[in-house]
Structure formats: C-alpha cells, structure tokens
Design a binder for this molecule. Structure first.
Ligand code: BEZ
Length: 256
C-alpha cells in the first residue's frame, strides 16, 4: 500500500498513516532518514550492523562467523509476554547449540535496562539467559530490519516512540535470510515452531528435500518437483509415489 489509499465509504483518497514508507513523526531525524530503506525479503543478504549487546559490542556478520543465526525482536523490557518468551529461548539453548545456531534478541531499551530485566527473567522463568540482547534504544537496527510496530498504538514507549513487533529472521551460514515471521506484540511466539523451521531448512539444504504440513524431525519428508524420478531413484531409494507430484521418503533413507 502506498502513502495514499482509497476510502471505501467516500471514494476519496485518504492519507494512509500506517504506510511503512511514511515518515514516523516520533522518531529522531537520524532514524527517520532510514525509513526509506527497502524491505528485506527471503533470499536477501542480511544487512550488517554494529550494536551494543548484553554480551558486548558486536559487528553482526563477524558475530555470526559462518553459523546459522536467529535474530528476533520483542517489544520492551519488563513486559510480561516478552519475559516468558526470553525465558523459553534461554531454555532451548542446547537445541540451538545442537543446530550450530546463534540466537540474538533485540528491544528498544538501554543496556542497563536489559541487564536488570535478565535477572527477572532468570528468576521468574527458571532460566539462564546467556544469549545476547541488542540494546537498540535509538531504533537503528529495528529500522534496518523493519521491526517497528505500525499497527498497535499502545506499543509505544513513554515518549510515544514506536516499539518493535515480534520479528524473527533465520539467517543461513552464508548470511542469506531464509525465514521472516512477524507476530503482533500481543501474541507470544512458539519457539518450538522456529526450531521446527530451522530443522526443515537444515535438512532441506543437506538432502534437497522439502517438508510437509506439521512436519516434525523424524517424520517422512517430501521429494520436491524439481527432482525428476531418475535422480530420485538414486538419491532416495524406496521412495513412495502417492501421486506423480506427491512423493515421500523416510528420513532414515537420507542418512545412508
Ligand atoms: C508483553 O510483552 O507483555 C507486551 C508488550 C507489548 C504489548 C503487549 C504485551
């Protein structure tokens, strides 16, 4: 949608205040300049940035160092839904590790605020937050990744500046963006689902397969249409043909 859209009741053009290309009046002039960047899409190289985090200053590309990464934003420190989410991400630390994946959070608060909040997360969620959280009080990174909230007028800080929505980016070792999901501030994410997509992407990259609805690690996988039967015979011996376009194979076959 552009800056203007048709009004359905009066057929006049009205300003669309929620357009992503419209300047955000409450942002600093420096941050406003960055509102004109293009949206990130699957297949784009993830932009690099430097940031202050709870684990020290980082250069994002250097921090990733050829690993998978999950960059995710949450609206604000000391908020209930975010507290449960960050506890859940911390408790999945072994799962991220097994998948050679670094996770990094972000909200538009200061480092000092993040540090005080981590103590609360650990206490209330029985967690041990070790992953870094970006302190993006000036919204530089949030702007770069189009994470600011344009729909929820209550998702603003004390000065009325927009906070972030619940964005998730999965980024491959070659820095290509492979998944983008956006949840509203009011709904906590399902990080088991993020883990499930990560499994699907990693298995798909290794074995040229796709995964069906509600797939979980260990379930049968799908042979994509780009693989002709001749190649499938070699790659996936014993695969099932349900319809010529719907072919499945047991994951056990992939390991041999
Ligand atoms: C929360 O994390 O609890 C939250 C943040 C912003 C809006 C609604 C809920």
């Amino acid at each position: 949608m552009g800056l203007f859209s048709a009004c359905v009741n009066c057929s006049e053009e009205v300003e669309d205040k929620k357009s992503r290309t419209a300047p955000i009046p409450t942002l600093t002039p420096e941050a406003q300049l960055e509102t004109t960047h293009k949206s990130l899409r699957l297949g784009d190289t993830v932009p690099n940035f430097s940031a202050e985090t709870t684990n020290g200053n980082i250069d994002f590309h250097t921090y990733k160092e050829g690993k998978w990464a999950i960059l995710f934003s949450h609206p604000e420190d000391f908020t209930p839904v975010c507290t449960t989410e960050l506890g859940a991400v911390a408790k999945l630390s072994n799962e991220w590790e097994k998948r050679d994946t670094k996770v990094i959070g972000l909200s538009c608060n200061t480092l000092e605020s993040h540090e005080r909040w981590i103590a609360d997360i650990n206490e209330t969620q029985n967690a041990d937050v070790k992953f870094p959280i970006i302190a993006d009080a000036n919204r530089k990174v949030a702007q770069l990744f189009d994470m600011l909230d344009f729909q929820d007028e209550t998702n603003v800080d004390k000065k009325g500046m927009p906070l972030t929505v619940r964005s998730v980016f999965i980024i491959a070792p070659n820095n290509i963006i492979r998944l983008i999901i956006t949840y509203p501030a009011s709904c906590g994410r399902n990080f088991d689902e993020v883990l499930r997509v990560l499994d699907s992407l990693q298995l798909g990259d290794k074995h040229k397969i796709a995964t069906p609805v509600n797939w979980k690690n260990g379930d049968d996988v799908i042979i994509p249409p780009s693989i002709k039967n001749e190649e499938a015979d070699k790659l996936f011996p014993g695969y099932k043909v349900i319809k010529p376009y719907l072919r499945t194979v047991n994951v056990g076959v992939l390991e041999h």
